[in-house]
Each structure stands twice: as structure tokens, then as C-alpha cells.
Ligand binder design. Structure first.
Ligand code: ADP
Length: 494
């Protein structure tokens, strides 16, 4: 997998920012330059009209008198002071004075029809551009003195008393220069703005694309089975939220995988433990059966071998029974039938059950129930199973004549039942493991004097299903004490 699409994502983001910025800048520049041009040219136009009107009124007198020297002198003065080209025509359109101007330029600037239009009382204002020149042009009629074309009370039927016309051509060089200077400044500012836009677009695009790149990298690592990677994006926006959600999802996935790996390991261990537990008695059975089949066992040994085979068969049958029991307890297929019970009578009944086994081993079984024990919600059959397993162990691992004591005391909002013996005890190193399936302290013991190795695992499971806990204390050579505590309150109901 390449990171090429991510690069494209970053590039696309950056280009989008740039295109938007450039588009906005261009629109602003065009609008600004157009408005600026209009403003400067309208100021120039307004000045030209007012000068034209003023010049027209000054020229009325010499024009009416047909005083050509005075007319030319006045137009020269006006052309000089306005820094413009001037033309004065008579009422037939013939040029009478043209200081500072090429007389033919009037013909180039206006058509004959336009001159007639002006001589009939109209004004022309326009911009004239050509190779090497750019000017504002104004042409208006000159009326008889005393006539005001704006006076609406004049006789509508009378023709306007036009005695000539005035044309002014005013170069726009200064305005164009100012506009060009401001435009140049605008271009520099726009170039600076574009450079700034590139930097901002780059950093914004990085800010957005970096978490996306990081998430993509983590997703890639996940797809390759590496679950220790997390996204480090702590922005409070949607991307930050997405990164948090991704990290949370990765946490959940890795937890689930760990749990699955753990349960696969448990299963594997369980299968290997079972095969180990079954292999030993089955091998013995098979060996004896083969010997018997081959007829190599003499009749005096046969009954002893049969006893061993019988013990192994019992052991196997107990193993299968305990395995099924533990499997069903662990698979949660069993639901407890809890009822409120006084534990004293239950304990005594379980102890009575094992009295014969204790006598067979010359063990003394004592039961001490503290007075005023609270009633406890328990499944009586399961409680019996727990007590029997613990007492059976205590009898099994006690020396002949040993005392097995069963005590019940009120403790911590519940009742603690303790089964102690004076057997050989368990070392501190072994103690934490005795609740595990198939764990046996003395691996060398014969199958006839040990159980299935599942008894304590079943005890722990049943006690925990009641919301209680188990504990074991032991001093090697002095005995062991196995206890469990059950709560007064049913945790499942509170
Ligand atoms: P088992 O059926 O083999 O007794 P358990 O799960 O009941 O299996 O006990 C696990 C191991 O804990 C036993 O094999 C034994 O080594 C040890 N154990 C259990 N109870 C006692 C006890 N009262 N005294 C000494 N060791 C004990």
C-alpha cells in the first residue's frame, strides 16, 4: 500500500485553498481597479465640463462681435491655463480659433454629424483613445449672451440662439498615471497576499491531512496485526473525535483478541491436562488387560491386578464426572437454586455424610457452629458439594487419627466456613495454585489416594457463583485450613 493517495489528499486540500484565495483576490482587485478608474475619470470629466461651461460664457462676447483677435487671445489664455487643446467654431462649424491644437484633430475627434448635433444645442462628452493619446473630449454650443439653456421658461417654439461652439480635449495622462501607480501597488500587495495564502494554505492543509495520514498509518498497522499503535491527535474538533473513537475501537479489539488468546490458551492447557490425566490410568488398564489376554499372569496375582484396574476405573469415572461438573459450571449452563438457609443444619448434614469415611481413616471429624449465624441465600445441593469436597480432602490428606475441624462463624456481612486438618500441609510456593484445575501438590501420589485434581476448582467456582470468595492457609507439617465466605445479601438481587 502506498501513501500516494494521502499526498494527493494534501495537495488537493492545498490547491483548493489556493484557488479559493486567488479567485477572491482577483475579484476584489478587478472591482477595486474598475471603481478607482471610474472615480478618477469621473472627477476629470466633471472638471472638464465645469471648465467648458466657464470658457463658453467667456467666449460669448468676442464671438458675438466677431472679434477674431480677441477671440484667439482669449482661447490661447484658456488653453494655457487649462493645459488643454481648444477649438472655437462659428455657428456653421468653421474653426475660428484652435490654440495648442491641430485644427484637423477636431475632425478626427468628432464627425460632421456630431458637430451639427452640438450646433443645434447639444453637448458631447466622451473619452478618446488612440495610438499615443488618451483624452477626455468635451464639445458644447456657445449661446448668445443672456441666454440660459437651462431656463425652462424660455419660448419653446424659438430655436436656441447658438452663435458657435467650443471643443476642449483634455489629456488623461495624469489620471491614468495615478491609476497605474495605485494598480502597481495593488499588484505588489496581491503578490504578498498570495505568498501569505500559500503559507496559510500549507499549514491548514497539514493540520487537516496529518491526523488523516496518522489514522491511515494506524489502520495499516492494525491490518498487519500490530495493536500497540494509537493515533495522537488531540484537537477538539471532529478529527480529534474520530481519532479518539479509532483509539477506543483499537483498545476494544486488542482486549477482545487478548481475551480470545487467553481462552485459546486455557482450552489448549485444558486439553493437554485432560489427556495427561486420562493417559496414565488408561495405560495401566491396557497393560494389565494385555497381560491377562496373553495369559502371562498367574492366578495369585490376578485378583490384586483386578483391584488396581478397578481403582483406575473408579478414578477415570470420577474424573469424567468432575470434568462434566466443572465444564457445566464454567459454561454458566447451571443456574443456582438459592434459598435462605441456616448453614448450621446444612453443615451438620454434610459432615454426617462423611462420618463413615472419617472413621475408615481413623480421623476425628468435629463440627463447631457459632451461635446466632445469619441465614444465607444458598443452593443447598451446591453448598453440600463444596463442604463435602473440602472435608473429603481434609480426611484424605490427614494422617490416621488426625482431627478434621469444621467451623462456621459470622463475619463481614456473611458467614465463613473453615475446614482445617493436621495433615502435612502445603508449601507457600504451591498454595496459590491449588485452586487451579488438575493442580496436585504431590505428583507422586498414587491415583487411589488422590482425587481428580478438580475438587478445589469446583469449590471455587460454586463459591464465586454465590458471590463469595475462597481462601487457603497452610503451614507445612502442621496442617491446612481451607475456608470460604458467603454473603448475607444476594449480590444478584441487590
Ligand atoms: P484432588 O482431587 O486431587 O484432591 P483438589 O483440587 O481437591 O484435587 O486439590 C488439589 C490439590 O491440593 C491436591 O492434589 C492436594 O495436593 C492439595 N490439597 C487439597 N486439599 C488438601 C489438604 N487438606 N491438605 C493438603 N493438601 C491438600
Amino acid at each position: 500500500m502506498t501513501l500516494f493517495p494521502l499526498k494527493r489528499f494534501f495537495t488537493r486540500l492545498m490547491l483548493s485553498y489556493l484557488v479559493i484565495t486567488l479567485a477572491v483576490l482577483s475579484v476584489i482587485s478587478i472591482v477595486f481597479i474598475t471603481l478607482m478608474q471610474r472615480y478618477f475619470f469621473s472627477v476629470e470629466g466633471w472638471q472638464l465640463v465645469s471648465r467648458g461651461e466657464k470658457a463658453g460664457s467667456l467666449l460669448q462676447e468676442p464671438l458675438l462681435r466677431n472679434d477674431l483677435p480677441a477671440l484667439r487671445k482669449l482661447t490661447e489664455t484658456l488653453a494655457f491655463s487649462y493645459d488643454a487643446s481648444l477649438w472655437v467654431t462659428d455657428k456653421y462649424g468653421a474653426v475660428l480659433a484652435n490654440p495648442g491644437a491641430d485644427p484637423d484633430r477636431l475632425g478626427l475627434s468628432v464627425e460632421q454629424g456630431e458637430i451639427e448635433h452640438v450646433l443645434s444645442g447639444n453637448v458631447i462628452t466622451k473619452q478618446i483613445t488612440g495610438p499615443g493619446y488618451n483624452s477626455l473630449f468635451y464639445m458644447a454650443p456657445i449661446y448668445e449672451p443672456g441666454y440660459d439653456p437651462e431656463d425652462e421658461n424660455g419660448d419653446a417654439g424659438d430655436a436656441a440662439p447658438v452663435i458657435g461652439s467650443l471643443a476642449i480635449s483634455f489629456p488623461l495622462g495624469r489620471a491614468t498615471g495615478t491609476v497605474a501607480g495605485i494598480t502597481r501597488l495593488g499588484i505588489y500587495a496581491a503578490a504578498g497576499a498570495v505568498a501569505l495564502a500559500v503559507i496559510i494554505a500549507y499549514s491548514l492543509s497539514r493540520q487537516i491531512s496529518r491526523p488523516v495520514e496518522e489514522m491511515s498509518r494506524v489502520a495499516l498497522e492494525l491490518s498487519q496485526g500490530r495493536f500497540d499503535q494509537r493515533v495522537s491527535c488531540h484537537t477538539g474538533d471532529e478529527l480529534g473525535h474520530l481519532a479518539k473513537t479509532l483509539n477506543y475501537a483499537v483498545d476494544r479489539v486488542s482486549e477482545t483478541i487478548e481475551q480470545q488468546q487467553h481462552s485459546v490458551k486455557l482450552q489448549r492447557d485444558f486439553i493437554s491436562d485432560i489427556s495427561h490425566e486420562f493417559r496414565a490410568p488408561l495405560t495401566t488398564l491396557r497393560g494389565f488387560l494385555e497381560l491377562m489376554r496373553s495369559g502371562r499372569i498367574n492366578s495369585s496375582d490376578q485378583s490384586r491386578y483386578l483391584e488396581i484396574m478397578y481403582a483406575d476405573t473408579l478414578h477415570l469415572s470420577r474424573l469424567v464426572q468432575d470434568l462434566l461438573e466443572l465444564a457445566s459450571l464454567e459454561s454458566l449452563q447451571i443456574t443456582l437454586v438459592k434459598e435462605m438457609h441456616d448453614l448450621g443444619p446444612l453443615l451438620k448434614s454434610s459432615a454426617r455424610h462423611l462420618q463413615l469415611a472419617a472413621e475408615e481413616k481413623d480421623a476425628i471429624l468435629e463440627v463447631q457452629i457459632a451461635s446466632g449465624l445469619p441465614s444465607i441465600p444458598v443452593d443447598a445441593n451446591r453448598f453440600h458439594q463444596v463442604v463435602v469436597n473440602l472435608i473429603e480432602n481434609a480426611i484424605r490428606y490427614s494422617p490416621p487419627g488426625g482431627v478434621v475441624a469444621v467451623k462456621a462463624d459470622a463475619e463481614e456481612q456473611g458467614v465463613t466456613i473453615k475446614v482445617s486438618d493436621c495433615g502435612k500441609g502445603i508449601s507457600e510456593a504451591e498454595l496459590p495454585f491449588i485452586w487451579d484445575r488438575f493442580y496436585k501438590v504431590d505428583k507422586a501420589r498414587t491415583r487411589s489416594d488422590t482425587g481428580s485434581g478438580l475438587g478445589l476448582a469446583i469449590v471455587r467456582r460454586i463459591v464465586e457463583m454465590h458471590g463469595g470468595r475462597v481462601a487457603a492457609e497452610s503451614a507445612p507439617g502442621q496442617g491446612s485450613a481451607f475456608s470460604f465466605w458467603l454473603p448475607v445479601e444476594d449480590a444478584a438481587l441487590t
